[in-house]
Design a protein around this ligand. Structure first.
Ligand code: 5RP
Length: 233
């Protein structure tokens, strides 16, 4: 039986098989993506021409340490061939909750400009429906409390300002994060849009119809590939 860590590595191994020479890659954030970064670095060492657009300062630093070339001016990028990222929760329709690592805004921007988005998860992350994991919502520091109240009006059962020790956690963009617990989402696509109509909300961690391929590593060592829009039964 594969441990969760072994499953993360296995999912990453499957994802990097989709990388082709010359690609601009969106580099996600998190412990699962760490395995993908290590394997991408191997491909670079073997001579593959690749350039990465990191979704966080943490990933940027890791890519530099591993010798993965980065796009010189990532803020000017408009098109990415393939993004490999993780998720905190995924459903069978390839919708996701992301942002446990606090990088959701850049992750969503990078995903939205990618021709293909591959999400890699261990088996514990695949759920019949989204909602177990609190939705991270990035907010401006000014107005965060009003935003938290507005999220509560949307039906959240609990809204917590994310902390780092005794201070609010600050994102790479200088903002704060609200972790918003819901029991269920009657319409996950709609709520993803509604979040962003709240003043002070920068972005939310519901990734609706943004993932093309969800790679789920199983405890028995097999890998399930769920393609968006394709009935897996
Ligand atoms: C960061 C993310 C990560 O992809 C998500 O938190 C999963 O991380 P991990 O692979 O460490 O479980 O969305 O903002």
């Amino acid at each position: 039986m594969l441990s969760i860590e072994e499953q993360k590595r296995r999912a990453a191994e499957t994802a990097v098989e989709y990388i082709e020479n010359g690609m601009t890659l969106g580099l996600g954030t998190g412990s699962t993506v760490e395995y993908a970064l290590q394997q991408i670095a191997e491909k670079v060492k073997q001579g593959m021409q690749l350039s990465g657009v990191p979704t966080s300062q943490r990933t940027e630093q890791r890519a530099r340490e591993l010798g993965i070339p980065l796009v010189p001016e990532p803020e000017t990028v408009t098109r990415i061939h393939l993004t490999i990222d993780g998720a905190d929760e995924a459903d069978e329709q390839c919708n996701l909750i992301k942002g446990g690592g606090g990088a959701l805004t850049r992750e969503k921007i990078v995903a939205s400009m990618s021709e293909r988005v591959i999400i890699i998860v261990d088996s514990s992350k695949l759920k019949p429906s989204l909602g177990g994991f609190p939705v991270p919502v990035e907010v401006l520091q000014f107005g965060w409390k009003a935003a938290a109240e507005a999220v509560q009006q949307l039906g959240a059962t609990r809204v917590d300002l994310r902390m780092a020790g005794d201070k609010p956690f600050v994102t790479d963009n200088g903002h704060w994060i609200l972790d918003c617990q819901f029991d269920t989402f009657p319409d996950v696509g709609r709520i993803a849009q509604v979040f962003n109509t709240i003043p002070a909300v920068v972005e939310n961690g519901i990734f609706y119809e943004l993932c093309d391929l969800l790679i789920v590593a199983q405890p028995d060592g097999s890998v399930r590939e769920i393609f968006a829009g394709v009935d897996s039964d």
